[in-house]
Design a protein around this ligand. Structure first.
Ligand code: FES
Length: 289
């Protein structure tokens, strides 16, 4: 599985986790039946909180006869009679009153659940934003956008040695080698905007498994040390397991003569049957035929 595929799988897993988290938070906040969301343990704790008071002890020292305790309706006790002491027992009725979540306030369980949801949501958001920032082509500057490699005349001066041999100019921001183009370019590059003002921009990444391909000055080509793929000075395939030519970027020249490497436009081409540049022109740096 390639790196891009792994990234896509990672993004899919992240999106799924974020969706599950969002669904859990939404379900928790909906609160259609708040009692059903309480656990049995919580409800049992609520029931046990109703305290039954002990009965009030009898206040009188003497037993009271039934006649002295009960008077006919409307009759008043005689003036010289002492009011009889009455034994009273008060029974307190305990009732459970259901209250809404708003009245009850936020419980500790709800607080921790919400804190967990907010933390998970924040983490997912930051991670997703980081992935997007990593994958999204930058609007200005850097790999994925248009890179100004400098004046074409300066690039050619650096790339072409006094003896006519080539030393590609590496442009780190574009991850590309700038090389002189051939006098006659193979037909497979027709109308592909891969050459401008006599220069081309070759992506440093090997099209086999992605190793960075170094330049070999003796053979005048790019030779991959990982599995031995070889390409000529403009990245056309010569040997090894690589399935195609080295990829390259579209290029253009500004009115001021600067080379613009459009690293957001990658041009892939099949193995060249008739290479535009001869290779090798000397001993190989990695051996092999
Ligand atoms: S990565 Fe270059 S030949 Fe395999």
């Amino acid at each position: 599985m390639s790196g891009d595929q792994l990234l896509l799988v990672g993004i899919a897993v992240l999106a799924l986790a974020a969706a599950i988290g969002a669904f859990a938070i939404a379900a928790r906040r909906s609160g259609v039946d708040w009692r059903s969301s309480m656990s049995g343990e919580t409800r049992a704790a609520d029931r046990s909180s109703a305290v039954e008071l002990p009965p009030v002890p009898v206040a009188a020292d003497e037993p009271v006869s039934e006649e002295s305790a009960v008077l006919p309706i409307g009759a008043a006790p005689e003036a010289d009679e002492e009011p009889a002491a009455v034994a009273v027992q008060v029974e307190t009725e305990q009732r459970l009153v259901e209250v809404s979540p708003e009245e009850a306030g936020v419980t500790r369980r709800q607080f921790f659940n919400r804190a967990l949801g907010v933390t998970f949501g924040t983490f997912s958001g930051l991670l997703g934003t980081s992935f997007l920032a990593f994958l999204w082509p930058r609007i200005s500057g850097g790999f994925g956008s248009d890179v100004n490699a400098g004046a074409v005349s300066d690039l050619l001066d650096q790339a072409i040695n006094d003896d006519g041999s080539v030393t590609p100019v590496f442009v780190p921001e574009a991850r590309a080698y700038v090389v002189p183009g051939p006098d006659a370019l193979s037909e497979q590059f027709d109308a592909r905007s891969v050459e401008a003002a006599g220069v081309m921009a070759i992506w440093q990444k090997c099209v086999h498994l992605g190793c960075r391909v170094p330049w070999c000055s003796t053979s005048q080509g790019f030779e991959c040390p990982c599995h031995g793929s070889k390409y000529n000075s403009i990245g056309e395939y010569n040997a090894g397991p690589a399935p195609r030519n080295l990829d390259r970027f579209a290029v253009e020249v500004t009115d001021g003569g600067d080379l613009i490497i459009k690293t957001g436009t990658v041009v892939e081409t099949p193995r060249a049957f008739q290479p535009s540049v001869s290779y090798p022109q000397g001993p190989s740096c990695i051996g092999g035929g």
